[in-house]
Ligand binder design. Structure first.
Ligand code: UDP
Length: 252
């Protein structure tokens, strides 16, 4: 295979130059990190599961007219996506209290929120991705008011879609994080959902038992992360064959 030029290596993914201009190859690693990379491990098969699950969610969004960066899956660990200019914000949507919201406001985990709450964090690992307001976003020029109107509407559409898909397989979508990017088409710019949508970036609880099926299993040492993600994949009908989960493909 031809050597691909690495553009960027993050905590869970590597980005390579794509085969055509404006495209990128996203490679999903098995690395798991939490608490701003203070806790680290390699979880065999996580990359394969997240690649397939992100494909499933992004494809669904594309089909209902929510634009995403996803073009096609290349193999068990890689997908081809559109290159976009990422807005430096983590966009968090919450339906039930959990994690940092529970801690910050003293609301018991699992409490249903009166309506979905959208929060923004400034993407900066060195600062620990601090929570910011729209005032900060406007003042520092991270996104325009028009961008933020579109970001909010995209975030809520993604929330409705994911909540419904999960509900259909007995899973509660507690909260999730997305990233949004800009693409330029001639004189026009539009926003698309980028990065990934996977159990690494969502909180997913079994509706009947409350069992956690997301990265909190790793963060809080609650058992096997692969088992939890496999359960989500199995329910959604995107479970890979066992051999494909355990054998990472060598790239470069
Ligand atoms: N999240 C994420 N990446 C981050 C921070 C949060 O994917 O850097 C996701 C997280 O998995 C959860 C949601 O965003 O689904 C809300 O996370 P929260 O603010 O509660 O942070 P945490 O408790 O994970 O620190």
């Amino acid at each position: 295979m031809a050597r691909r030029k690495k553009i960027y290596e993050g905590k869970a993914k590597i980005l390579y130059e794509g085969p055509e201009p404006g495209t990128i190859v996203q490679y999903f690693k098995d690395d798991a990190t939490a608490f701003n990379a203070e806790k680290k491990d390699v979880i065999e098969g996580k990359g394969v599961l997240n690649n397939l699950l992100s494909e499933f969610f992004m494809n669904g969004l594309n089909q209902i007219g929510v634009p995403t960066h996803f073009i096609r899956r290349i193999n068990m660990r890689e997908q081809l996506v559109r290159n976009c200019e990422i807005i430096p914000l983590e966009i968090i949507v919450r339906n039930y209290a959990a994690g940092s919201l529970s801690k910050r406001l003293g609301i018991e985990e699992g409490t249903q929120l009166p309506r979905p709450i959208v929060e923004y964090c400034y993407k900066d690992d060195a600062l620990g991705d601090p929570l910011v307001s729209e005032e900060h976003i406007a003042a520092f020029g991270w996104a325009s008011q028009q961008d933020m109107d579109d970001v909010l509407s995209l975030a809520l559409r993604v929330n409705d879609f994911l909540s419904g898909v999960m509900l259909a397989v007995g899973i509660r979508l507690v909260d999730f994080k997305i990233e949004i990017g800009r693409i330029y088409e001639g004189d026009f710019m539009r926003l698309i959902v980028a990065d990934e949508i996977s159990p690494d970036s969502c909180r997913l609880w079994d509706i009947e038992t409350g069992q956690k099926l997301d990265k909190d299993v790793f963060r809080r040492d609650l058992g096997s992360l692969t088992d939890a993600y496999s359960e989500v994949a199995r329910r959604l009908g995107v479970m890979p064959k066992t051999s494909q989960v355990t054998k990472p493909t060598l790239i470069n």
